[in-house]
Design a protein around this ligand. Structure first.
Ligand code: UD1
Length: 420
């Protein structure tokens, strides 16, 4: 297994170009199987998770061409040969469950391995299933699999108890081919939901309200092929924004939608960073003012993203004053705290809150990347830690960040990848 060796660096500077969004491209790839015609996805990031989704769609019967040099993925699904997402793929990538809605809509049946627990919490799929049931599907569970079956999906009203991103996407993808009108309330409002709705509408779907708390879908008989460029990755954007701040650097971040990273902008500004929005990108400067603490509470969009919590926490260990972070989206997303404390941080967990003492002089240590964003947080901490930080299990990081090391190196960081 590969690991990263991260050396302490000075202020990072230069320009970095953000890749297409991981969390937008995965549901869009799944949605492409809703038609037998060819769909072209542009600006697709080159990532392990994207590769897993290519394999999954291939196993279902799609012809998938991934041109990674040009960041284009072409998917054509004339026939579905397997109505199933097997355990080997679901255990590698939980987002595999996003094929359930499209499979059910196109073939009347979907069988998916239950994703099970995961490092950042229990992550059940009850809301996805509740939506399918409301549309008329029968749900059966057994032997680690869940199956949804319906002769015909019929539009219905669905209320989500929590604005789950995956459930909103899966139900939306099932409802586009259902007969009649579906209204989903208390849905997730994330930009990735809007991107998926835009893609589906280009395929001929009739979806209104994506980006608000209620989505209305008028079912159509058939969808057709289309071409779509995915939005820039707002979590990658946020990670490089924090990289500028934690290293007291000055980075121009290109291919950014500033609206998508509003909470990160607001919090970095509260800490004293300077953020300027220009025609050529967003400049983030941590080299102008002394940086100070702030408090954070993660929330569904447009609140502060849970996917930025660990990276921001790494930064807060280096500023003046103490901060409180409250994680409300996942019940167990503090796995990085033990690792940061091994590097000299002083972070205490009290229930859902983490109390972070600032002004810590971090030291390089051997640490484990427990999940994707936790891994990114350790890299950021490593940039400020005396000596070498050795991060193992970096496959998590490579699941979701495109050209991660190359991008950091181009800004002046010293990060090496080594096979164990
Ligand atoms: C997506 C993102 C992930 C991000 C998360 C929250 C993708 C591929 N992944 O994950 O990066 O961290 O949104 O912004 O887009 N829940 C239930 N029942 C369900 C579904 C969810 O209780 O049926 C709970 C989860 O356990 C969790 C919370 O809802 O506590 C949020 O999960 P959800 O929004 O569904 O996240 P994902 O779609 O899995």
């Amino acid at each position: 297994m590969a690991k990263f060796l991260v050396e302490k660096c000075g202020p990072l500077s230069g320009e970095v170009e953000i890749s297409g969004s991981k969390n937008a491209v995965l549901p869009i790839m799944a949605a492409a199987i809703l038609t037998e015609e060819s769909c072209q996805i542009l600006d697709a990031p080159v990532l392990r998770d994207v590769d897993v989704m290519c394999k999954l769609l291939g196993s279902i019967g799609s012809a998938v061409k991934a041109n990674y040099e040009e960041n284009i993925i072409e998917i054509e699904t004339r026939d579905i040969v397997a109505k199933e997402a097997p355990y080997e793929l679901v255990k590698k990538m939980r987002a595999s469950i996003l094929v359930m809605g499209p499979l059910l809509a196109r073939t009347g049946k979907a069988r998916i391995a239950l994703p099970g627990g995961c490092a950042i919490g229990a992550r059940p799929i009850n809301l996805h299933l509740k939506g399918f049931q409301a549309l008329g599907a029968e749900i059966e569970e057994g032997h680690g699999y869940v199956e949804a079956k319906a002769d015909k999906l019929i539009g219905a009203n669905v209320y989500l108890d929590f604005p789950s991103v995956g459930a909103t996407e899966n139900i939306m993808m099932a409802a586009v081919l259902a007969e009649g009108i579906t209204i989903i309330e208390n849905v997730a409002e994330e930009p990735e939901i809007v991107d998926l709705a835009n893609f589906l509408n280009k395929m001929g779907a009739k979806i209104k309200g994506a980006g608000t708390d209620t989505i209305k879908i008028e079912g159509v008989g058939k969808l057709h092929g289309t071409k779509h460029a995915v939005i820039p990755d707002r979590i990658e954007t946020g990670t490089f924004m924090v990289a500028a701040a934690i290293t007291r650097g000055n980075i121009l971040i290109k291919n950014v939608v500033p609206d998508h990273v509003k909470p990160v902008i607001a919090k970095l500004k509260e800490c004293g960073a300077i953020i300027e929005d220009g025609d050529d990108g967003m400049r983030v400067r941590g080299d102008v003012n002394p940086l100070i603490s702030t408090d954070i509470k993660t929330l569904p969009y447009p609140g502060f993203p849970t996917d930025m919590q660990s990276q921001f926490m790494a930064f807060l260990t280096t500023v003046t004053g103490s901060s409180v972070v409250i994680e409300t989206v996942f019940e167990n997303r503090y796995m990085h705290i033990g690792e940061l404390n091994r590097m000299g941080a002083n972070i205490k967990i009290e229930g859902r809150s983490a109390i972070i003492q600032g002004d810590r002089r971090l030291q390089g240590a051997q640490v484990i990347s427990t999940d994707l964003r936790a891994g990114a947080a350790l890299v950021l901490a490593g940039l400020m830690a005396e000596g070498t930080t050795e991060i193992s299990e970096v496959y998590h990081i490579e699941r979701g960040y495109a050209d991660f090391i190359e991008k950091f190196r181009s800004l002046g960081a010293s990060i090496k990848r080594m096979e164990d």
